[in-house]
Every structure is written in structure tokens, then in C-alpha cells.
Design a protein around this ligand. Structure first.
Ligand code: KE4
Length: 431
């Protein structure tokens, strides 16, 4: 790997005028140390930093780039849309077409509202759930991330049944007291929360496959159990599919696991790398949203022509390729098996979780099934692997608590090159 002098210079400049030198905390490499790479361009599976170093990219814009960097249908759609204007602040035909595509791919969504980020989608879905049920509380899971709205920046209180406490300064106890927490995959804890607060719980919000404590899979029966508990207690089930939507199947995790939520939030792949979010569900719920109903939510750039053009190109490409997810599953399955073999050859105890083309690696001899076991993994060992792989031209997410992603641009040759880099990294660190 060549010098990173330009990244270092830019990072010093950036820290003078941007908090931490980045526009989103995880990019600052705080979890792994070192200097974040400033990126000049992306192409296919590759990122190129400002010093000319090339990396095989497994961040994929945090999951948005299902088809890799510079996907030509998106590029062409953006150029065409830009030729007609950039933002109108008025309805367009393309927004109707994208909404129809979303409803077609995710049948539990009968009506959908576009917003500009996953955070806007989840905060709006929670507001809607509270309005529709007339109840104040929500249940979320430790280790799940739903964006940075106050109701989600909540840590576990002293006991499992106590109300949440703020996990960030600036979040008030008032905001925190309406959020209840449970360990991921722990149905009994959710049952206990309903027993203690049932009549006051508006919704349970969950990442159906968690991607923000690393990748953690739902235990068999977990999602079905949440569905049953919500039905029994008159609460709504919200699937936060900002990451899993269009990632795990055309219809996301709800298609893959066969559990149907009342409301779904979307983002990332929906915009193909452009800023976008969406929330949707049954008509009788969504018709409560302004101006149809009283639940207020708005956005200057919601449904903007560029993000919508990119979204139509992404969903159109998904619909046009019936074998897409089978191929991704095959590639990712081969990659996982080879990864396990390489780590085993060096006697490194790793726990790998994978759902389709989203994965996570933990340095742990124990199964990683929730936040406690994820945070019990060897994060310092992860940081060493991260940098060894960066040196070999492989760019994992700069945190042990992030999922990583394959795209259709990660061909067998690219995955093979990655596996060779992993072996070199492990050789270099063994002994
Ligand atoms: P945004 O507001 O960042 O667009 O979306 C928030 C969000 C909501 N729900 C889920 C399941 C998410 O994964 C996210 C955002 N994901 C992180 C990656 N772990 C974004 C990366 C970042 O914060 O920079």
C-alpha cells in the first residue's frame, strides 16, 4: 500500500471545521484507530483513496450499493433526471412510480411515504404508531440502531423492566422514559415488558436481522414471537428494514423470514447511494399521516427527483433479475465457508454470522446472538485484522459492530483476492 499522506493532511484540515473530521461518527476510525481514508472515487467493488490506493470495499455505503459503485443504470438515470432539473418541491410522476414499485416488492406496504434518511423513516413510523394506538411506549432492542432520533438513543436502565435512560447527552429523561429495552433474541424479556407495561406499548421496533452490533441473526421463532406478542397486546410491529430491505430478498427480511410487520422502514438500497428513506404499511395506518390524516410529517426534499430516479433504477434492476438473490446467496455462502477455513487454519476463534449478502465477523469462541455476546468479542483483535486487511487493500467497516456487505460487483475473482489478502493478513499476525 502506498502512502496515505493526503488522507492524513485532509483529516487534519477536516478536524478544524467538521466535528471529528467526519460527517458521521463511524467514519472517523475511532473504533479501530488510525487515519480514515479520504475517498476519491468508487468503481464496481473498489474504492480509491486520495493517495491512489485501491481497496476492495465491503462497506458499500453501509449497505446501499447492492450493485457496487458506479452502477450504470443508476448513473444513467441520474444524468437523465438532472437534465430536467434537480428539485421542484412539487409532486412528480416518478414518485408515484417508485411508490408503486415499493408496494409491489413489499406487499405489506399498501401506502408509503418517502423521506430523506433512515432516521426520518423510523422516527416517523414511531410517531405514527403512537398516534394510531394512543400509547406512549416503544420497545427496542439493545444493540439495534434505528438512527439518531431521541427515542432511539437510549441505553438499558438499571433493571430489565425499568424505563430506558439516555445514551447520549441532549436526550432528556422525558424522551427516554417512553423507550423500553430488551436484549435481542430474548422473547421472555419482551413478554415481561408487555406484562409490566402492555397497555402502554405502542410498538415494538426491531432490525429483523441486526446489522448495527455487527451482524446478528434472529433466533428461530424470535420474529414470529414478536408478531404474536404484538397481536396479543394490540401493539404494532415495526420492522426497521433500512439495512435488510432489498438486501435479503426483493421483499427484504419479511419475505425471507415470512413474518409480516405492521409498518416497515426502508432506506439505503432504496436510494442506491442517494439520500432517501421511506416508511409504509397498511392503508388504515398510513392514512393517518398528513395531509390525509392528523399525524404530521414533512420534508423539503422528500421524494426529490434525483433520489427517486436512482431508486427506480435500483428497484427496476432488482425486478429485472429474478436470479439476483440466489447468486448473491451462492457467492456469499462460498465466501463465508472459505473465510471460516482460513481462520481455522490459523487457529483463530471467530464467530461469523451471515444473512444473504450481509455478514459479520467476531473474534469470539462463543456464539454471538445479542449485544452482550457481541460486545464480549475481542474488539482489539478485530482492529488489528482491520488494519492488516486495509494494508492488503481490503476495506472492512471500521468497527467490529458493523455488518459488511457483498455486492454483485464482488465477483468470484474479487472474493478470491479478498481471501488471499485474509490469509496474508493472518500469516502476518500469527506467531
Ligand atoms: P440513516 O439516518 O443513517 O440514513 O439511517 C439510520 C438507520 C436506521 N436503521 C438501520 C437499521 C440502520 O442501519 C441505519 C443506519 N445504519 C448505519 C450503519 N450501521 C449508518 C452508518 C452511519 O451512521 O454513518
Amino acid at each position: 500500500m502506498r502512502s496515505i499522506a493526503r488522507s492524513e493532511t485532509l483529516f487534519a484540515r477536516a478536524r478544524n471545521c467538521i466535528p471529528g473530521g467526519v460527517n458521521s461518527p463511524v467514519r472517523a476510525f475511532r473504533a479501530v484507530g488510525g487515519t480514515p481514508r479520504f475517498i476519491a472515487r468508487g468503481e464496481g467493488p473498489y474504492l480509491y483513496d486520495v493517495d491512489g490506493n485501491r481497496y476492495i470495499d465491503y462497506v458499500c455505503s453501509w449497505g446501499a450499493l447492492l450493485f457496487g459503485h458506479g452502477f450504470s443504470p443508476v448513473r444513467e438515470a441520474l444524468l437523465e433526471a438532472m437534465g430536467r432539473g434537480i428539485s421542484y418541491g412539487a409532486p412528480t410522476e416518478a414518485e408515484v412510480e417508485l411508490a408503486e414499485l415499493i408496494c409491489r416488492l413489499v406487499p405489506s406496504i399498501e401506502k408509503v411515504r418517502l423521506v430523506n434518511s433512515g432516521t426520518e423513516a423510523t422516527m416517523s413510523a414511531v410517531r405514527l404508531a403512537r398516534a394510531c394506538t394512543g400509547r406512549p411506549h416503544i420497545v427496542k432492542f439493545e444493540g439495534c440502531y434505528h438512527g439518531h432520533a431521541d427515542s432511539f438513543l437510549i441505553g438499558a436502565g438499571s433493571g430489565a423492566l425499568t424505563l430506558g435512560v439516555p445514551s447520549s447527552p441532549g436526550v432528556t429523561p422525558g424522551a427516554a422514559r417512553d423507550t423500553l429495552l430488551a436484549p435481542y433474541n430474548d422473547l421472555e424479556a419482551v413478554e415481561a415488558l408487555f406484562a409490566a407495561h402492555g397497555g402502554q406499548i405502542a410498538a415494538v421496533i426491531v432490525e429483523p436481522v441486526a446489522g448495527n452490533m455487527g451482524c446478528v441473526l434472529p433466533r428461530p421463532g424470535f420474529l414470529e414471537g414478536l408478531r404474536r406478542l404484538c397481536d396479543r397486546h394490540g401493539a404494532l410491529l415495526i420492522f426497521d428494514e433500512v439495512m435488510t430491505g432489498f438486501r435479503l430478498a426483493p421483499g427484504g427480511a419479511q419475505e425471507r423470514y415470512g413474518v409480516i410487520p405492521d409498518l416497515t422502514t426502508l432506506g439505503k438500497i432504496l436510494g442506491g447511494g442517494l439520500p432517501i428513506g421511506a416508511y409504509g404499511g397498511r392503508r388504515e395506518l398510513m392514512d393517518q399521516v398528513a395531509p390525509e390524516g392528523p399525524v404530521y410529517q414533512a420534508g423539503t426534499l422528500s421524494g426529490n427527483p434525483l433520489a427517486v430516479a436512482a431508486g427506480k433504477a435500483m428497484l427496476g434492476s432488482i425486478l429485472a433479475d429474478p436470479g439476483l438473490y440466489d447468486r448473491l446467496e451462492e457467492q456469499a455462502g462460498m465466501f463465508e465457508a472459505e473465510l471460516r477455513a482460513r481462520f481455522a487454519r490459523f487457529g483463530e476463534p471467530v464467530w461469523i454470522n451471515r444473512a444473504g449478502s450481509m455478514m459479520g465477523i467476531f473474534f469470539s469462541a462463543e456464539p454471538v446472538v445479542d449485544y452482550r455476546s457481541a460486545t464480549g468479542s475481542d474488539t482489539r483483535r478485530f482492529a488489528r485484522l482491520f488494519h492488516a486487511l486495509l494494508h492488503e487493500g481490503v476495506y472492512l467497516p471500521p468497527s467490529p459492530f458493523e455488518a459488511f456487505f457483498l455486492s454483485t460487483a464482488h465477483t468470484e475473482a474479487v472474493l478470491e483476492a479478498t481471501l488471499e489478502a485474509v490469509s496474508r493478513a493472518l500469516e502476518g499476525q500469527s506467531g
